[in-house]
Write a protein that binds this ligand. Structure first.
Ligand SMILES: [Zn+2]
Length: 190
């Protein structure tokens, strides 16, 4: 599949499957973060998930997607699939993807977007405070992480893809986000 076609199909999965699920989940008090597991050859979704932290604070978008995927009675090998995350994963989700065996990870919004546009600090705080790092290494022994926004920006079809990307970004920005309280933040502020 041509690179532009691959990018377009991933953006369409976000617009047509991940955003509607996120809108539904947000209306139930959850966060906006979501994931999709795609077949490498057709870029069609095997599973889509979205943050379910109202039920359990560990059920982030990636974890919810993995939970749904591993309940499938018959499922492809994760190493043969693509994991698409709306947002660059927090440490828990990044580790979950590595341990589940995914090798190809795509993210829409990066860590800077998460902090600056969405105002969510929790994942970045855990990276910095617990591990002393700023995020995942894009190339590591478990997976390679690609940025959808960067790939669109350098694509020969960036104008058409950019329109679709803008539409998606605007819809995510209108969805409310909630941050996880750091249990020691008040103690420090005080
Ligand atoms: Zn997470």
């Amino acid at each position: 599949m041509h690179d532009s076609e691959k990018l377009q199909k991933m953006l369409e999965v976000i617009r047509d499957e991940m955003l509607p699920l996120a809108e539904c989940q947000v209306s139930k008090g959850n966060n906006i973060f979501g994931g999709a597991i795609l077949r490498t050859d057709t870029l069609t979704s095997v599973m889509v998930g979205s943050d379910n932290s109202a039920e359990n604070p560990l059920f982030h978008g990636v974890v919810d997607t993995l939970n749904r995927f591993f309940k499938l009675p018959v499922r492809p090998d994760p190493g043969e699939l693509i994991f698409l995350a709306t947002h660059d994963p927090c440490p828990m989700c990044a580790a979950a993807l590595a341990l589940a065996g995914f090798k190809e990870l795509w993210v829409l919004f990066g860590y800077k977007d998460i902090e600056d546009t969405f105002g969510v600090q929790a994942g970045a705080q855990v990276y910095r405070e617990v591990f002393g790092v700023e995020g995942t290494r894009p190339e590591n022994a478990f997976f390679t992480k690609h940025s959808l926004k960067k790939a669109v920006a350098t694509s020969p079809d960036k104008e058409a893809l950019g329109e679709l990307l803008d539409e998606i970004e605007k819809r995510y920005e209108t969805l409310g986000v909630k941050d996880t309280d750091n249990p020691r933040s008040e103690e420090r502020a005080g």
